[in-house]
Design a protein around this ligand. Structure first.
Ligand SMILES: Cc1cc2nc3c(=O)[nH]c(=O)nc-3n(C[C@H](O)[C@H](O)[C@H](O)COP(=O)(O)OP(=O)(O)OC[C@H]3O[C@@H](n4cnc5c(N)ncnc54)[C@H](O)[C@@H]3O)c2cc1C
Length: 421
């Protein structure tokens, strides 16, 4: 990376330093590229999805490509279990009769692809998780043996440390605003660099409002810098549609708020268990001395919203479902919670590949985003995949061409992912 006062030069610029941007930097240096720069207005990621997620990792999916992405990533997590906090404590999917046959068919696919999943009848569920004692509506359960949890922060740090060891640089306080393309020349990128660390409120305001024109930034807050680069990667998660627009192409995804509640169950120790997914859509797992639970409210409007509704969310969506599953959940104490953004694509698959459209010359802009709530568990394989595509010109380990945004533009639709929570 060459730097003058207001001018920076790099071979690859990655926009967004969450789990995916960090995994891409790691993937690129593993492919031998050293001149990689990752920019983010807030590398601590306070409002990023990588900071606000539930830490679940699983190979139990309805679509093979998701199984493959998760499997390769979980293999990586197992190799670095200590550093990334991987615990194979399992995912238990509870099913009512209406979804049970389809679940068993999906399980055949899991096993065919080398992903171990046990079938449990209702008695088996009660034996494995004795506190689940309200089972009259259930047909059975699937238990993903290698599914489990990671520590997303430690995982992100691990990617970053390895990427930095290979030469990649991370620039904090750097906010992407626009780009200029020329057929032969390099890409000229306009970035506002904040002079000092932003307060939590200012970060939230920036990432909710998404300014992009010069008049929207105060000169006393920082400086404009220009970054010249050969290639740009849009790895900005839920902000990918904004970043895409500034790069001159369309992204069909949308940011959607998801809320998570922490609860305390007085006489129940959840720590021996992993992730449990109730047929209602409510999921929960142990989180230190509490239970962490979430639910995707389908009535949620898209938008950059981070407000947590607190007791009303817990009492309307979480507690009724838990109450119906266990007598141990009849008296629960809501402790706290938070909200973060899902980056939802129309078919609930990630968008990975070369970005095409508008004035962008071929081979200049790449993208990896829109993981639709499963980016942590697919981060390693996604970063490795896009790095292969950029450096080798093809996918070498997992074929990811089907995840290119061309599927929406050219009518090459793929079956949507249905095991989403
Ligand atoms: C409540 C919740 C629960 C979840 N649970 C799970 C789970 O159990 N398992 C799982 O695998 N996934 C889960 N996810 C999804 C997962 O967190 C995301 O898929 C993943 O973190 C996406 O990583 P990312 O790097 O693409 O996005 P992010 O982590 O959001 O990073 C994007 C970065 O882009 C930066 N950015 C934005 N605009 C700009 C700009 N103009 N210039 C430069 N940088 C910019 C942001 O500051 C941010 O740091 C969950 C998400 C939520 C919200």
């Amino acid at each position: 990376m060459v730097r003058s006062a207001q001018h920076v030069s790099t071979e690859v610029l990655v926009i967004g330093g969450g789990l995916i941007g960090s995994a891409i930097a790691y993937g690129l240096v593993k492919q031998g590229l050293q001149d990689v720069l990752v920019i983010d207005p807030d590398l601590s990621g306070e409002w990023s999805s990588s900071e606000l997620n539930a830490g679940g990792v699983r190979g139990t999916w309805s679509q093979t490509v998701n199984l493959e992405l998760s499997k390769a990533s979980i293999d990586f997590f197992s190799l670095h279990a200590e550093q990334v906090g991987y615990r194979p404590c399992g995912y238990l999917w509870l099913h009512r009769p209406g979804t049970w046959d389809a679940a068993l068919r999906a399980r055949e696919m899991h096993v065919r692809h080398g992903w171990p999943v046990e079938v449990l009848d209702v008695e088996g569920i009660r034996q494995r998780v004795p506190f689940i004692d309200k089972t009259s509506d259930l047909a059975g359960g699937l238990f993903g043996v290698r599914d489990g949890l990671v520590n997303p922060n430690r995982l992100k740090e691990h990617f970053r440390e390895e990427a930095q060891r290979g030469g990649a640089k991370f620039m904090d306080g750097a906010y992407f605003c626009g780009a200029e393309f020329s057929e032969q020349g390099r890409v000229g990128v306009e970035v506002f660099r904040f002079a000092s660390g932003l307060s939590s409120i200012k970060k939230r305001e920036l990432l909710s409002r998404n300014p992009s024109t010069r008049g929207e930034f105060a000169t006393e807050d920082g400086d404009w810098i220009r970054i010249d680069t050969d290639r740009v990667v849009n790895a900005s998660g839920a902000w990918a549609p904004e970043v895409a627009r500034r790069l001159g192409y369309d992204c069909p995804s949308r940011p959607v708020r998801r809320q998570i509640s922490l609860f305390h169950a007085r006489d129940l120790d959840l720590t021996p268990y992993g992730m449990i997914i109730d047929p209602s859509g409510v999921y929960f797992h142990p989180e230190s001395i509490y239970g962490l639970s979430g639910f995707a409210n389908q009535g949620e409007n898209p938008g950059y919203r981070f407000d947590y509704e607190g007791d009303s969310f817990f009492e309307e969506w979480i507690w009724p479902a838990l109450y119906e599953r266990s007598t141990a959940f009849e008296s629960l104490r809501h402790v706290s919670g938070w909200a973060g953004l899902y980056e939802e694509s129309p078919d609930h698959h990630a968008i990975i590949g070369e970005a095409i459209g508008g004035v962008i010359p071929a081979g200049r802009v790449f993208e990896a985003h829109s993981f639709s709530g499963h980016g942590a568990m697919q981060s390693f394989a996604a970063g490795r995949g896009i790095a292969e595509r950029m450096v080798l010109g093809r996918y070498e380990t997992i074929e990811l061409e089907s995840l290119s945004a061309a599927r929406f533009r050219d009518g090459k639709n793929i079956p949507g992912e249905t095991w989403v929570i």
